[in-house]
Design a protein around this ligand. Structure first.
Ligand code: NCD
Ligand code: ZN
Length: 349
């Protein structure tokens, strides 16, 4: 069996930089025409100049002949000036800004500490028609780690949406039924990206046969009832939900340590993993809209031309992939993925 769809886009991706970026970029460029590349480098990309320089480095690192467009987003801090948002708009290359609550995840320490301080930047985003991408978790240590998305929606996101009703919002990597409900019910331009790993795994995967650092990501995996809500949202045809892998590579040694860091690498099989989810849900006919139409429509960009074909042909994921001077362990390492990308194998193995 084969499945051909319009070339998809990845609306949430971590590419890193330098040799690490060069190692993981081909995986994404083989599958996706475009990707929204996250700005949480170290140091973070808090100016339009830094974002555009990063974009140029991505283009320079592309394998010859690859047709791939990086879409960029600015890292918001308490200090982001409305003028920087205006510059982002004028560049024509930056879709919006990313709100990381300070301390919520990898390289977020420079993120937003006080929402009150970013109100001028949010007003500028709204005025210029740019998108606010949100890492939706509170950092309050008193809040249970599995509840941080729900509490963020109550305490921060819902009030923010009320205050800026015309601001386009993406709740990135939604993981809970409350997140799904917020997106479905919010008036205006509100959407969510959904990762393959949150569709495939529940929190049992963190402890399956022992502590599993390669299943640790943020927001953390949730219980099965939440996963079911995500599957319904992603496979149900609602245009407010679209593909965003949140593929987040880290060196093996940094994951396999006493404080294994958060991030799951899925770029090696990104679309193939979503195909498994849609197949299991009996919704393969809806994969194309989720992967190739909803995101472009939300961002007001043209849909891609060209196609991509997957075959129903199980293959074994290698134990790890090159990642700069180290290696990265991908989701399903040593195990099977049931769909395979057709076409020349360009990614390094
Ligand atoms: C991401 C990373 O490693 O950059 N990690 C993750 O677990 N998703 C950051 C993020 O998106 O939270
Ligand atoms: Zn991310």
């Amino acid at each position: 069996m084969e499945l051909t769809l319009t070339r998809p886009d990845d609306w949430h991706l971590h590419l890193r930089d330098g040799a690490r970026m060069a190692a993981v970029l081909p995986h994404t460029a083989r599958r996706f025409a475009r990707a929204v590349v996250m700005p949480n480098l170290d140091p973070p990309l808090t100016t339009v100049d830094a974002v555009l320089a990063y974009r140029a480095r991505i283009l320079a690192a592309l394998p010859p002949g690859a047709a791939f467009e990086p879409l960029m987003t600015l890292y918001l801090t308490d200090e982001t000036a409305p003028e920087e948002i205006r510059r982002a708009r004028a560049s024509g290359r930056v879709l919006g800004a990313k709100l990381y609550p300070a301390g919520a995840t990898t390289h977020s320490s420079a993120g937003v500490r006080d929402i009150e301080r970013i109100l001028p930047a949010l007003a500028a985003l709204e005025e210029h028609g740019l998108v606010l991408s949100v890492h939706g978790e509170v950092t309050d240590p008193a809040v249970d780690v599995f509840e941080r998305e729900r509490v963020f929606i109550e305490r921060v996101l819902a009030p923010l949406h009320e205050r800026f009703p015309a601001l386009a919002l993406v709740l990135e990597h939604v993981t809970t039924r409350e997140g799904v409900a917020f997106v479905r019910e919010a008036p205006g331009r509100v959407a969510a990206t959904v990762t393959a790993h949150h569709l495939l795994l529940n929190r049992n995967a963190l402890f399956d046969g022992g502590l599993r650092p390669h299943h640790h990501c943020l927001p953390v995996l949730k219980r099965e009832s939440h996963r079911r809500a995500l599957i319904e949202a992603a496979t149900g045809g609602d245009p407010r939900f679209f593909l965003g892998t949140d593929s987040a590579p880290h060196p093996r040694a940094v994951k396999e340590s006493a404080r294994g860091c958060a991030g799951i690498f899925t770029a090696h099989a990104a679309l193939e993993l979503y195909a498994e989810v849609f197949e299991a849900a009996g919704a393969l006919d809806r994969l194309e809209a989720f992967a190739s139409f909803h995101g472009a429509d939300f961002y007001g960009l043209a849909r891609n031309t060209g196609t991509l074909t997957l075959g129903r042909e199980p293959w074994k994921v290698p134990p790890d992939y090159p990642f700069g001077s180290g290696r990265v362990v991908a989701l399903r390492a040593g195990e099977t993925v049931s769909w395979r990308l057709r076409g020349p194998e360009r990614a390094p193995t």
